[in-house]
Design a protein around this ligand. Structure first.
Ligand code: PNS
Length: 171
């Protein structure tokens, strides 16, 4: 026998899709759509980290994500602070969802998944790949392009694009 304890079959899988979502991209929305199809419930949890100085406030991110995921009955949006494993306990989650775009994501994601497993062995991390057309999209690059006056059309929802432009133009 290996070292894996046999656990009962997981039913009613509640997964958390955690992240900064500053701002939400079409890649995030693609992953939420995929996650909503395989998990019973999916909680998109926005990290509240006062040290990070985000471009979009927590309320703006919450509001935008709610608007863009309203069509999924089993998806809800929430915010969290502190350790992800502690938040997972409060919402009875048994899985974490993370997106992997390219091999370069893997090292950091593996480290985080194994650390979270060390903190709570019963919380399983599941990796999913977004559509290949979003494999190069990141919130960081989207913000940089918008700041420098480039087009982010097709990378984020139209409403995000408009808000990004008014943010970077100081309106
Ligand atoms: O979208 P991001 O910024 O890549 O998301 C990172 C996030 C929010 C998943 C990660 O920073 C996180 O889980 N933070 C909460 C604090 C925590 O639990 N840290 C230990 C992780 S092993």
């Amino acid at each position: 026998m290996g070292t894996i304890a046999v656990r009962s079959h997981l039913k009613n899988v509640i997964a958390i899709y955690p992240g900064s979502f500053d701002p939400v991209t079409n890649g995030h929305l693609d992953l939420i759509q995929r996650g909503s199809q395989i998990f019973d419930q999916l909680i998109v949890a926005i990290l509240h980290n006062p040290d990070k100085n985000p471009l979009f406030t927590l309320e703006e991110r919450l509001h935008m994500l709610r608007e863009f995921t309203a069509q999924h009955d089993n998806v809800r949006i929430d915010t969290f602070g502190g350790l992800l494993v502690d938040y997972a306990k409060t919402v009875n989650a048994n899985a974490l969802l993370r997106g992997i775009r390219a091999i370069s994501d893997y090292e950091y994601e593996l480290q985080m998944a194994l650390m979270n497993r060390k903190l709570n062995p019963e919380l399983e991390t599941v990796f999913m790949m977004p559509a290949v057309s979003y494999s190069y999209v990141s919130s960081r690059l989207v913000k940089e392009i918008a700041r420098l006056g480039g087009s982010v059309t097709g990378l984020v929802p139209k409403a995000v694009e408009e808000r990004l432009h008014s943010k970077v133009n100081g309106k």
